[in-house]
Structures are given as structure tokens and as C-alpha cells.
Design a protein around this ligand. Structure first.
Ligand SMILES: Cc1cc2nc3c(=O)[nH]c(=O)nc-3n(C[C@H](O)[C@H](O)[C@H](O)COP(=O)(O)O)c2cc1C
Length: 206
């Protein structure tokens, strides 16, 4: 099956996760095209030849990066006619769990709205890598005060297990589209939203 795996990244973790997904799907005999989304893709990306789309984005300030969000908004009709899976990459795993729960509410709504527009049959959240140089000085101070720990939190096994579930779903019913299935089933584990990190928010590039 022809599958598009596309993503928007700032520091590379989302691209790495997308590459893991693409390699795994290819190993399962799918024909996979990988794409890093830019804001121009929102208008130009033609989905005609793809039966399924996996789209992901890094999370900044509790939301998807503009390139991925715009792609989903403008391609919503085309995505409705395809099998779609979505994933988000944040830094949840870098923080103590009480903080993750505290911050969850601010992030859920904007991400959930986007998954609906994408007609995503499943959204999964992964953690990426967070390094001091990714955030400005005020952000680093806030990160430390909140108990954050820098590191690479990409869980390759979790990504591969999710990819296998996509492959299983495609094999079970290769022709299924949104009709007859839930428009939005499942939101992954809650993440860390920007309201908990005001200093980190203000340190980000525009
Ligand atoms: C400016 C900025 C804002 C961020 N905001 C959030 C956020 O609101 N929630 C979250 O879980 N992670 C947030 N992160 C962490 C990134 O999503 C995380 O580092 C992820 O691995 C980035 O993916 P990338 O390497 O593909 O860019 C933020 C990172 C930066 C640099």
C-alpha cells in the first residue's frame, strides 16, 4: 500500500520517529514516501496516490508546529478519504509525573481539534529529545526549577509497536476509510502543556 509518512520538526526528534515508522512500514512491504512538512506543503502536497497517511509534529507551546497544523487544516477533505494516523512529540518524559498531569488540560483541546480535522483514527504521543540548547536561558531556568531532566526520551520500541498496529489495521481492512469507523478514537497519554512553562514559552523563536 502507498503510504505517506510526513512530519514537522524543529530539532529532529519527530523526524527520527517518522523515519522509524517509515522503515518499519517498508519492512512490512508497504511503499512509503517520507516528507518533512514546510508551510508551503499546506498548499502543494498532493495526496492522490496515497491510501494512508501518517502525520506527526513536534509540540511547541502545547500545539503542533505551523507546517503540520496548516497541512492538516488545508488537506482535511483529502485526509477524510484516506486512512490517517497522527502522532505528537513532546517532552513529557523529561518531567516528574505530577507535573505532566497538571499541565495536561491546556494541551488536550488544541491537539484534539487538530486530530479531528485530520480524521485521525488514532493519535499517539511520544517523547523526543530535549537539550539545553533547544531552549533559551529563561527556559532553562524554568526547566530546572520544574524538575526537568535533559535527555533523549525517544522510545523506539513504543514507536515500532505503534507502527505494527498501523500495519495490522491496514491489513485487516485495506479499503476502509473514515466511513464506518470513529472519527477520532483515542488520545495518547497526556503531555506537558505550555501553561506550566511560561518562561520556556517566551524563550521560543517566533
Ligand atoms: C520552544 C519550545 C517549546 C516547547 N513546548 C513544548 C510543549 O508545550 N509541550 C511539550 O510536551 N514539549 C514541548 N517542547 C519540547 C519539544 O516538543 C521536544 O523537545 C520534542 O522532542 C521536539 O521535537 P523535535 O526535535 O522534532 O523538534 C518544546 C520545545 C521547545 C524548543
Amino acid at each position: 500500500m502507498n503510504i505517506l509518512v510526513c512530519q514537522a520538526t524543529e530539532h529532529g526528534s519527530t523526524g527520527r520517529i517518522a523515519a522509524l515508522i517509515a522503515v518499519r512500514l517498508r519492512a512490512a512491504d508497504h511503499s512509503v514516501v517520507m516528507r518533512t512538512l514546510t508551510t508551503r506543503d499546506a498548499e502543494q502536497l498532493d495526496l492522490t496516490c496515497y491510501k494512508a497517511v501518517v502525520v506527526g509534529s513536534a509540540i511547541h507551546h502545547g500545539a503542533w508546529l505551523p507546517a503540520a497544523a496548516e497541512f492538516v487544516r488545508r488537506s482535511s477533505d483529502a485526509l477524510a478519504a484516506r486512512r490517517v494516523w497522527t502522532f505528537s512529540v513532546g517532552m513529557t518524559a523529561a518531567f516528574p509525573s505530577p507535573l505532566r498531569r497538571l499541565a495536561a488540560n491546556g494541551e488536550q483541546r488544541p491537539l484534539a481539534e487538530l486530530q479531528q480535522l485530520a480524521h485521525s483514527c488514532e493519535h499517539r504521543r511520544f517523547s523526543g529529545a530535549i537539550r539545553p540548547e533547544h531552549i533559551g536561558r529563561p527556559g532553562r531556568v524554568a526547566f530546572r526549577l520544574l524538575g526537568g531532566r535533559y535527555g533523549d526520551y525517544v522510545d523506539e520500541q513504543a514507536v515500532e509497536a505503534w507502527t505494527d498496529s498501523i500495519d495490522d489495521a491496514l491489513r485487516e481492512d485495506p479499503t476502509a476509510t473514515l466511513v464506518g469507523r470513529s472519527a477520532y478514537a483515542g488520545y495518547g497519554p497526556v503531555g506537558l502543556a505550555s501553561p506550566a512553562l511560561p518562561a520556556l514559552r517566551s524563550s521560543s523563536p517566533a
